[in-house]
Design a protein around this ligand. Sequence first.
Ligand SMILES: Cc1ncc(COP(=O)(O)O)c(C=O)c1O
Length: 420
Amino acid sequence: LNQKISSTQLDAQDPLNHFKSRFHFPKYGSKNTIYFCGNSLGLQPKTVKKFLLEELKQWEKFGVEGHFEGERPWKDYHKFLTPFIAKIVGAKNDEVVVMNTLTTNLHLLMASFYKPEGKRTKILMEAGAFPSDQYAMETQAKWHGLDPAENVVELQPRAGEFTLRKEDILSKIEELDDSLALVMMGGVNYYTGQFFPLEEITKAGHKVGALVGFDLAHAAGNVELQLHDWKVDFACWCSYKYLNSGPGGPAGIFVHEKHGNNPNILRLAGWWGHYEEERFLMKKGFIPMKGAQSWQQSNAQVLAFAAHLASLEIFDEAGIKNLREKSVKLTEYLHSKLRAIANSDSKFSIITPKNANERGAQLSILVSQNGKKIFDILTENGVIADWREPNVIRIAPAPLYCGYKDCDRFVKIFEMAILG
Ligand SMILES: Cc1ncc(COP(=O)(O)O)c(C=O)c1O
């Protein structure tokens, strides 16, 4: 990036800059904020209210008949989200569906795809994964009567390093060989912001006969994904981070068509996954419909889905490819500005990989002293970021509503906070 161009000019040249006006920004007291927390909870699109009101109106007008009447009949509501989601994660429409919440889906998918048998019992995950994922792996092992200490293998970075090296991930998979049942990792690690090489991990997992799934909570809507082409077996994500669906918003799943069209894979079934033409015949005997939809248990939580749909329309208009292109430039800009204020006795370092292909929007700043105090100064000055114990400040300039001037303003406040 040409450092001589001002951030005002860079914002003016940014073809996605106008999307900022589609979102509500919170204030801190009377201060305008810099919102660098889209990796935790995305901002509210201004259209959400309209989408919610439409469904309230539908309910008011039709009552139960809302399932079949109106512009978006509720019985099909999940289907309105499918094509948008498929594009975001690089899947065929039949391979994705929006349903439930993330941890629930993780368990449902593992019920189908973690099948320890004989010697092949192990799960490989990254050390320091989000706690919910750790608990899910631990209890999945126990559910099968296995000891998690032996069967959940956590891959640690090398001594003195914060992120995993690709060669270490791949060689661990090779080493585990026919004891490995499942690779189940994050797509982008929540703490370090490292974007793992998903395609190569998938290939390596398959080579030793294991299945490969990913938790894409921090990857969906953040980086470009090609889940179908990469032959990933399954994946799940939440939508309240980069996808801006609102607090506790609905989650999504991907099941590759090679599994989705196999009726013999056991699903923990509900009526919404049943062969659609016969769903309302109330017959005995579960017949899975085609694709990821067969993992659905319940009918759509329409109000939550409506908020998600509002946001997906904006996302689609911007396009994931364009968003990622901007995100790479924006985060690199922020990274270079932070490097410029760091020196050899620096009080902070960035633990997120330097290489843009190995990270998404997020940078994780490790603060050696008084981290929480520095974080509080940021907040008081209108920076909405987040603090992760014991010493990391996470900042994510989400490309839909953040710009270059925000990065400049952040760096100025951060420098003041760290020097003070
Ligand atoms: C990687 C990861 N997994 C799981 C979760 C838990 O999500 P939920 O509460 O929606 O189940 C989160 C939440 O932030 C997450 O980041």
